[in-house]
Write a protein that binds this ligand. Structure first.
Ligand code: ADP
Length: 390
């Protein structure tokens, strides 16, 4: 029986997972997810080199979902001993700036951070509890989406509120840090000339954000206190005047729960199109509202790109990643159109093929498939005793 590392990324209704062989750079054995946790849960997984398997699980909570992941995937792989489990954790607060082994004290601190990420952190914690139950002897390691940004300069870490709120943790944390971590490390191999330069990374998926990186360090991010700020997303509004929230509460008589539902689940591409958050469907549609949603999405990315160039004092490379960034030649071309003033020119042939290098101008434009699970697996390897180094 061989060893494997399990990575878990738990949301409210899904647990994404991956299994890695921990020799050298972790090599992926399988990945998949339990979807629709609740009365009609479903497990989907894919082992390396083979097709997708899908099975209805019936009623399953996070712990049952996790047990199903193991029961189904391990026989398919020929049996594995899980020697470590890595967890994607939405919020590391002020203190957690790097991955760490989860002790009882760490778990208590993570629970205290729940109010800062109420839609994500409780599910992450439930996955940790379930994993401890299933693998009591394996080290559990937390990898934080906020950690990559914790070196932000103060001006990008604060809001213009009385400082007591900053002291209480009301700060611009930034998210998608595991993805940005992966991309900055990938640049060292695939584009070493710019890896230590001024890089803007656009992580465009259902969740979307951008990050300005200098010498491999995050200096600005479009996401702030919550994962709502910045770019419009699949169903999240992105940047919004806080006066709108006050209006919704005071004048429209909405409850905080209703405003939360509106801003997180009914806005963004879905809200603007009045239809769907699925970029593929929007791109294929001739519906004017679908096109307006795309116009706003592109407009905001271009605007943030300009802001990040100002923060960095220029740009050496723009990287696209995430489901949209990696696959939509149309969105990439629209974002880059007319950007010669910052050295961006697109090579259409490369762009249409989702090639690694899609630029013909002095600023490199790259498409790099992100891999957050791999970053978590690396973190677990670094916390084994003794550490397993790639
Ligand atoms: P998440 O943030 O949930 O991980 P993903 O990174 O998987 O999301 O991105 C999902 C988005 O990517 C969806 O809007 C989907 O329509 C879009 N997408 C995936 N493939 C394509 C494609 N070929 N062309 C355009 N958009 C795509």
């Amino acid at each position: 029986m061989s060893d494997a590392i399990l990575t878990l990324n738990a949301g409210s209704s899904s647990i994404k997972f991956a299994l890695y062989a921990p020799q050298g750079e972790p090599s992926e054995l399988a990945r998949g997810q339990v979807e629709s946790i609740g009365p009609a849960a479903r497990l989907i997984f894919q082992t390396a080199g083979e097709g997708k398997t899908q099975r209805e699980l019936g009623a399953a909570d996070h712990a049952l979902g996790l047990k199903a992941i193991l029961a189904e995937t391990q026989p398919a792989l020929g049996g594995q001993t899980i020697i470590g489990v890595g967890h994607r954790i939405a919020h590391g607060g002020i203190d957690f700036v790097a991955p760490l082994k989860i002790s009882g004290a760490v778990l208590d601190k993570l629970r205290m951070l729940e109010p800062l990420a109420p839609l994500h952190q409780p599910h992450n914690i439930r996955a940790i509890e379930a994993a401890i139950e299933v693998f009591p002897d394996a080290p559990q390691v937390a990898a934080f989406d906020t950690a990559f940004h914790r070196g932000h300069p103060w001006v990008n870490d604060t809001f213009a509120l009385p400082s007591k709120y900053y002291d209480k943790g009301v700060r611009r944390y930034g998210f998608h840090g595991l993805s940005y971590d992966f991309i900055t490390s990938a640049l060292r191999n695939c584009a070493p000339a710019v890896a230590d330069g001024r890089v803007v990374i656009a992580h465009l998926g259902n969740g979307a954000s951008m990050c300005a990186v200098r010498e491999g360090q995050s200096v600005a991010s479009t996401m702030g206190f919550s994962a709502l700020d910045g770019l419009p997303m699949g169903t999240r509004c992105g940047q919004i005047d806080p006066g709108v929230v006050l209006y919704l509460l005071d004048q429209e008589g909405m409850t905080p729960a209703q405003v939360t539902q509106l801003l997180y689940r009914e806005s963004g591409l879905k809200g603007l199109s009045g239809w769907t958050n699925d970029m593929r469907a929007l791109e294929a549609s001739s519906n004017p509202d679908a096109q307006k949603a795309l116009d706003y999405f592109v407009f905001r990315i271009r605007r943030e790109l300009g802001a990040m160039c100002a923060v960095l004092g220029g740009i050496d490379a723009l990287v696209f990643c995430g489901g949209i960034g990696e696959n939509s030649a149309t969105i990439r071309a629209r974002v880059c159109s007319g950007m010669e003033w910052i050295g961006i020119e697109i090579d259409n042939a490369g762009n249409n093929e989702n090639a690694l290098q899609i630029s013909s101008g002095p600023t490199q434009v790259l498409v790099i498939p992100t891999d957050e699970e791999r970053v978590i697996a690396r973190a677990v390897m670094g916390h084994m005793n003794p550490p397993l180094s790639p």
